[in-house]
Design a binder for this molecule. Sequence first.
Ligand SMILES: [Fe+2]
Length: 556
Amino acid sequence: MKKNSTANFIKVLAFFLAVVLQGKAQTKSIILGRPTNQSVTASVLFDQPVEFYLEYGDHPNLFDHTTPTMNNVVNRPDEVDIQGLTSNTKYYYRLRHRPGTTGPFSFSPQYTFRTQRAPGSKFRFNVEADEHLYDKKGVRNMYKVTLANQAKDSADFMLSLGDIFGDDHTPLETTSADMDALHKDYLQYLTEVCHSMPFYVCLGNHEGETGYYLNQTPPNNIAVYGTNSRKYYYPNPFPNSFYTGNTTNEPYGIGLPENYYAWTWGDALFVVLDVYRDCSINDKPQNWDWTLGFTQYSWLKTTLQNSNAKFKFVFAHHTRGQGRGGIKTAKGCEWGGYSGANNTNYQFDTYRPGWGLPIHQLMKSTGVNIFFQGHDHLYAKETLDSLVYQEVPMPADSTYEIGMLANADAYTDVTLGGTGHLRVTVEENCVTVDFVRAYLPQDTVGGLHQNGEIAYSYTVGPCTQTAVTDKITAESSIALYPNPAENFVNLTVRKPSDQDQKFELVDLQGQIRKTQILPSGSTDCRFDVVHLPKGVYAVRWLDGNESVRVKMLVIK
Ligand SMILES: [Fe+2]
């Protein structure tokens, strides 16, 4: 009798659990990565036991292909390769899954991805850097706003330039479980956009994947933990017929570290560097201690020299690791070849005998257009030898000024506060880089700013399009002089207008500090800036339907 009641109880409990599992929403994540001309990889994770597969096709809502059905292990990501695709094609897909092994398969919304673009194609990609959700610099609700803005861009993929996953602040106490949790933490955010925007990560200093840490009582160190966790959750590229990169296998379960890699997409070459893994001298390398290592340097040289791409983009967390600034640090040591406080003593051949050119000169000689970096937590744009050095802002800074306050002094040209991402549009003869600002709803109440506004935009190449609503341009129809200005600035237009024109002097917060009316038929007016604090300003006016701005500096 007792045996029967126990059996009945187990049956009831099993039925109850089945009902609960059926009724409870599955928590899942899908992160796309390593897209090629004929494949993409989806990393899929559920917090409950399921059967699942992907269905896909090249027309909306017509899923005429499926991947094999798989059974998961709870909270363990499975990498699903979708192969045999056609290049330069937009694909549509859904995730089908059911709890356990019975019942109907539910389906996700329709997601999309692209295979490699053909030369001549117009496409977009996004860049963010220094998410910092593991410390107080990063605010989760702010990050969600930036990601939601990115979701509107129809970008083919996104790159993070590091300081995203790891936390090297307590290198001796951080455990493997800690690193696993830190990496897994981002799935909940990235899955909101990376189901349709493949994700690439470039390593930052706080990932802790440095040569120094790799050498500390391996495999029990944060570098081994971090590399394995990153590879476990995120499908970064490894060398194959589509990608090149690091071919050196590492021990302790790491295999290929997937830390540097390159690929071609449309008319552009993308090169992602790791400036940390070969730095093994100590935990705080200095000057010439910083190095890509000869193997990575040689790969970079070959990659850049062998590419015929019309545009070339190089990404790293920062030139030489842990300095501050763009073109200032670019002149020194392995990056620029010079030593000394003012970078006046060229010593590259002494410190790197037989290598050839320093990294900057190598990029310049091979036609690199833009070098993207993070680390300094602000928007900054400089140019050195026609090569743009682009510092990428934080996506999760709810103060909007962490980097401006801390690091703007390290830059010599455009610096802007604000939070958000960079949206890069590549066209046949033109690249447009937009800084898309993100704002929390409570910070737009006054109407001064709008979430999604373009804070700064510039182009590389002979662009013809001008359809940007709020554009700062250096190539405009007006001239400002002197610039920088101390007491006043003269404004001259090339052609007089038959109507009065209004010019506004605005500060970095978008506040109008001065207004001047240029009467019809006139070509010159003057702004008095003697009472303005020193800093970056812009002269703004309406040119047709376009709000145009030209940057100016006030000095004291
Ligand atoms: Fe950072």
